[in-house]
Design a protein around this ligand. Structure first.
Ligand SMILES: NC(=O)c1ccc[n+]([C@@H]2O[C@H](COP(=O)([O-])OP(=O)(O)OC[C@H]3O[C@@H](n4cnc5c(N)ncnc54)[C@H](OP(=O)(O)O)[C@@H]3O)[C@@H](O)[C@H]2O)c1
Length: 221
């Protein structure tokens, strides 16, 4: 099995690399720092330098994966941005940083990944239930929420473009103990990723364009 993970320097992305390597998969993974690249290489994966927020970096992904046929592709890179609780307007810089990473970054790498999938591949964006309109109960982190809602829209279009070729889903990893999730979060990163791997492995073609919790339960958009 061949797997690619975009944004794998630490946290959930690095855990995907570790678990797929432990399962014997051939893994390609990206990071934007030397430390991140070294952590990927140490797990026996091929490391590629990529900052999804930079146009040149994203286009540079095309040649190293040209001709590859990945069975699983995961777009994980993401930032939270300002820890707002109400309707505090983000600064232009905060808005650009979050939207460029979580939305524009995905829109740059997904077309490249789409060209490098094995028939019947599974493609996931790591979204968040914070992006769900239907499940939302408070406005905290509204910039992050807006970015994940937009990412969900992007995923839906990818699923339409790749229908019949790949099964494309948005995944909520749970609230996970990482740098982003914090120490108080519910889930250990190993459990969250093990759940998402099981969910990806169990996907059926009819799941294309769906939004799923890490444990495989469907989520409302
Ligand atoms: N933890 C949670 O509870 C939780 C809940 C819902 C959804 N998520 C989502 O899960 C994903 C992973 O989160 P995490 O908890 O593992 O967060 P994390 O520990 O903060 O890791 C974020 C990852 O994204 C990478 N990244 C950020 N900006 C990037 C860019 N411009 N180009 C390339 N890579 C970039 C980081 O690389 P650097 O090391 O270079 O910064 C790092 O590898 C994110 O999309 C997040 O929104 C997390």
């Amino acid at each position: 099995m061949k797997v690619i993970v975009i944004g794998a320097s630490r946290g959930i992305g690095l855990q995907f690399v570790q678990q797929y390597r432990d399962a014997g998969a051939q893994v390609t993974a990206t990071a934007r720092s030397d430390d991140g690249l070294a952590r990927i290489t140490a797990l026996g994966a091929q490391a590629l330098r990529l900052d999804v927020a930079h146009a040149a970096g994203a286009s540079a992904l095309a040649w190293p994966i040209d001709g590859e046929r990945f069975d699983v592709a995961i777009v994980n890179a993401g930032v939270y941005g300002p820890r707002s609780s109400g309707l505090e307007p983000p600064s232009q810089a905060e808005f650009d940083a979050v939207m460029h990473t979580n939305v524009l970054g995905a829109m740059r790498v997904l077309p490249t990944l789409a060209e490098a999938l094995a028939p019947g591949a599974r493609l996931a964006v790591i979204s968040s239930r914070m992006g769900s309109m239907a499940l939302r109960a408070n406005p905290s982190g509204w910039l992050y929420r807006a970015s994940k809602a937009a990412l969900n829209s992007v995923l839906k279009d990818v699923s339409l473009a790749l229908a019949g070729r790949a099964t494309c889903v948005a995944l909520h990893p749970g609230w996970v103990r990482t740098d982003m999730g914090g120490a108080e979060a519910d889930l250990d990163v190993a459990d969250a990723v093990a759940g998402m791997r099981r969910t990806l492995a169990a996907l059926q073609p009819a799941d294309n364009g769906g939004f799923f919790n890490f444990d495989g339960q469907p989520l409302a958009w």
